[in-house]
Design a protein around this ligand. Sequence first.
Ligand SMILES: [Zn+2]
Length: 125
Amino acid sequence: MSLRQENLESFKRDLLARRETLVSGVRKTTDEIIHGDEVTFADSIDQASADVDRTLAVQIQNRDRGILAQINIALRRIDAGIFGECESCDEPITEARLRANPSTTLCIECKAELESEEQRFIARG
Ligand SMILES: [Zn+2]
């Protein structure tokens, strides 16, 4: 275990709190999408802005769902005892990196390597 136990506990608490916030946010947005005002707007500008609101709500929800999935991955890794270990080289991932992105599964070196490979792949076209 690369991270101290108390750090791991604090990560888990943070993630659970973030998940709580997100879950209630997603639920609220879903309610708004499902139970949103279906009144017919006399003014077409109002109708247009209502459509924009709904599109925005869907976008936020998709983004939050993505974050939620990432948090769940991180929590599973904590429970499995592999949180903070690089999937590729088994070296510890720095705590700063984990704080910024708890669901990361690669250390900075392996991530950089992966990205440069992707760049080469794109460059090859
Ligand atoms: Zn690595």
